[in-house]
Design a protein around this ligand. Sequence first.
Ligand SMILES: Cc1cc2nc3c(=O)[nH]c(=O)nc-3n(C[C@H](O)[C@H](O)[C@H](O)COP(=O)(O)OP(=O)(O)OC[C@H]3O[C@@H](n4cnc5c(N)ncnc54)[C@H](O)[C@@H]3O)c2cc1C
Length: 522
Amino acid sequence: MPTPAGRPLVVGTGIAGLYVALRLRELGLRPTLVTKSRLDEATTRYAQGGIAAAIGPDDSPALHLQDTIRAGAGLVDLPAARALTFEAPARIADLVRYGVPFDTVEGQISLGREAAHSRARILHAGGDATGLSIEETLKRRVLDAGIEVRERTALRGLRSTAHHGVVAFVSSEAGRGAEELDSGPVVLATGGTGSLYRQSSNPSVATGEGVAIAFRAGALLTDMEFIQFHPTVFWREGAPRFLITEAVRGEGAVLRNEAGERFLVGQHRDAELAPRDVVSRAIDREIHRTGHPCVYLDATGIPRDRLFARFPSVCRFLATYGLDPSRDWIPVTPVAHYMIGGVTTDLEGRTTLRGLYACGEVASTGVHGANRLASNSLLEGLVFGERVARQLVHPVAGRIPAPARTVRIDWPAGSGREDVPGAVDRVRDLLWDDVGIVRTGAGLRAAIEELSQLGGSTEPGRAKDLAGPVANAVLTASIVARAALVRTESRGAHYRSDFPNRRPVWRLHIGILRKEAPGIGP
Ligand SMILES: Cc1cc2nc3c(=O)[nH]c(=O)nc-3n(C[C@H](O)[C@H](O)[C@H](O)COP(=O)(O)OP(=O)(O)OC[C@H]3O[C@@H](n4cnc5c(N)ncnc54)[C@H](O)[C@@H]3O)c2cc1C
């Protein structure tokens, strides 16, 4: 029986946090699970398209790996992607064992096709309610297993110690003092940064706090410049940015401009099924060229029955705006969607700080390279969640190699105020306008300058104080902008109009480290 120094603390209740907590419990540990919001408020529940795994008769993990590598634009870490794709069927078997009701046809799990996947390998549940089904199932299992769950309990800080690994500070009310938690290892499963952008598919909890907190404690971050934009989110003035899953294009929907032209034909051999960055940029260009605020997804070629059976949530949502996708074109626009980089981990989910682990969207495992293949992120939470759980129970030695280029960031110490009026709105505007789908050196420098002014007034002045959500938002945004400024090329999700081509010298990961943090690697 393992004897950890204290109970593992798992932070976040999306797919990664719920799954790690469950597996830890099954392996004999007693984790504590905390979330800054409610148990069921995470990005995971909004995932529509599904989860990828090579389980079809004409498919294999090797093909899944090949597609993942191709999408990643030269930066996928092979061992990590191999683990992701080859362990996928076993993790799906876990979900089936827990009771996730995947959709079936004649008793077999039905598999959909998505952009840049060479085979039909996307499992879905409830049509387009995959994330919700997985989250609900795992949540029930967590509660049934008697795992201690603390809602509205935010991780506020981490301190790295020589003897006890990291010490966590949590607060049960934002803005109030934080208590030091007497826990064992800490597993960050705090998700991504999407909602820091003005236009985003993400729920409000996705503020990248895990990244800021780990960075302050001295952890290495990598690939922070790579933010993936989703090409097709419902557009209407004042309407929520509801995602129209890529699987609709997988079923045959096409993109048209206001004049009805299929503008992607001739731009990429896969047209509407080209990688997300290509489609997002093409739409962005078309919107700027025409001055029309959106383009249109035309799903009228898909039989009505199929459309409504396969995408019930999308059809229900559109009906509230008087649209029937079997008859009407859907107005869409690209938005910020997914954080590809994050807290650097090895294959066991270890970060560069002893006792700190990360998995799910907050982690940078290297599986996505410069561009995530659709439906690989729910899977990543499971595969590396499993690896973290095993590592905590049966540790194996290892060390994270230093990234080829590491940028150290200093951060201004200011007055310590958290109530800077409009700071988060300004962050969201700056990221969308200057650190968005198309970036320039001048725009990035201007954003960094303004963010550092904001940082100066939000960062606590005394070292013992802990940063709050506003300071974390400013810091995370600044990290993304700085990494984007360093990468003077265009690759995958990162596009610089002043460096529009991919450059072989940049086929490397950019690490970001706090100035006074200890060195990394051998
Ligand atoms: C609209 C939409 C559709 C998507 N569709 C798909 C899809 O079809 N397939 C796919 O693979 N991926 C999809 N994705 C991406 C995928 O959903 C996410 O990458 C994945 O769910 C992330 O899971 P996670 O467990 O890492 O984080 P999350 O699900 O975001 O959970 C993070 C948790 O951490 C908590 N938290 C954050 N900060 C703190 C803190 N400081 N203290 C305490 N708790 C904290 C949050 O409250 C939350 O509980 C989609 C994303 C969106 C937005």
